[in-house]
Design a protein around this ligand. Structure first.
Ligand SMILES: Nc1ncnc2c1ncn2[C@@H]1O[C@H](COP(=O)(O)OP(=O)(O)O)[C@@H](O)[C@H]1O
Ligand SMILES: [Mg+2]
Length: 235
């Protein structure tokens, strides 16, 4: 089993979008038994994968030793399961601090057993949750919108987490008509690129993955390429 976390200091940078689409790639393109574990109380990727929300149970895995397997749902996508988030995860940092076990999340992941790939959709911020994720993940994928401020945030993440775990920065929401975006791409020619594309948003609105609704689009190709890079980094 390999765990891939989608993480950033920042909100609104495309973490949940990456998490759902990469989980789709793992299950569909690589035929892996895959779990998307949503750790963000906003539950965006849970919603995209068909979870309607309103529950208050997700915290029980951390606060009451309810086995994660009890909360896992199948999705409409073959080989892709979901451990959904809900608003009860708003206190996740507090929960991790009160159990005072630095590898709590890593343990829970070890006990899952049945999945070959686990994708973690993480809440933003350099928090206790981020530290738990860094101890648990084999690879941390960090979406970076091309801008000086986002690059600084990436540097901060790499300093804080990079020493402990492998990280893979990815340029996302890239608009090649913008000079600043092209300059950022030139500074990091080795980073994978996901374009800004309306199909990404329209797929999310329809609660589908881009590979399902527009498999020939540039964006679908970018998610496929990124997933291949991730698989290569795991071996
Ligand atoms: N490559 C992209 N092209 C266009 N819109 C995108 C892209 N990636 C994400 N978005 C949109 O940006 C918004 C924030 O994305 P989201 O994945 O929810 O970010 P986060 O999880 O980091 O808060 C959403 O409306 C999403 O549809
Ligand atoms: Mg999100």
């Amino acid at each position: 089993m390999a765990t891939i976390a989608i993480y950033s200091l920042k909100g609104g940078v495309g973490k949940s979008t990456l998490a759902a689409n990469l989980a789709w790639c793992a299950a569909t393109r690589s035929s892996r038994r895959t779990l998307l574990w949503d750790l963000d109380p906003q539950a965006a990727s849970s919603w995209m994968l068909g979870e309607d929300g309103g529950g208050e149970r997700a915290h029980a895995v951390f606060s009451r030793d309810v086995p994660p397997s009890r909360l896992i749902r199948v999705t409409t996508i073959e080989r892709l399961d979901l451990l959904p988030a809900d608003a009860s995860l708003r206190d996740l940092n507090h929960l991790f601090r009160t159990v005072a076990k630095k590898r709590r999340l890593a343990r829970l992941l070890n006990d899952l057993g049945d999945h070959e790939r686990v994708i973690l959709d993480c809440p933003p911020g350099l928090t206790e949750t981020a530290d738990q994720v860094a101890r648990a993940a084999d690879l941390i994928v960090v979406p970076v919108v091309p801008s000086a401020l986002s690059e600084r945030a990436w540097g901060e993440v790499d300093r804080h987490l990079g020493g402990r775990t492998h990280t893979l920065p990815v340029h996302v929401m890239v608009d090649r008509r913008r000079a600043l975006h092209l300059e950022a791409l030139a500074r990091h020619p080795d980073w994978p690129v996901v374009p800004m594309a309306s199909v990404v948003e329209s797929a999310a609105t329809a609660r589908r993955c881009v590979g399902e609704v527009a498999p020939r689009s540039l964006a679908a190709g970018a998610f496929d390429e990124l997933w291949k890079r991730i698989e290569k980094r795991l071996v």
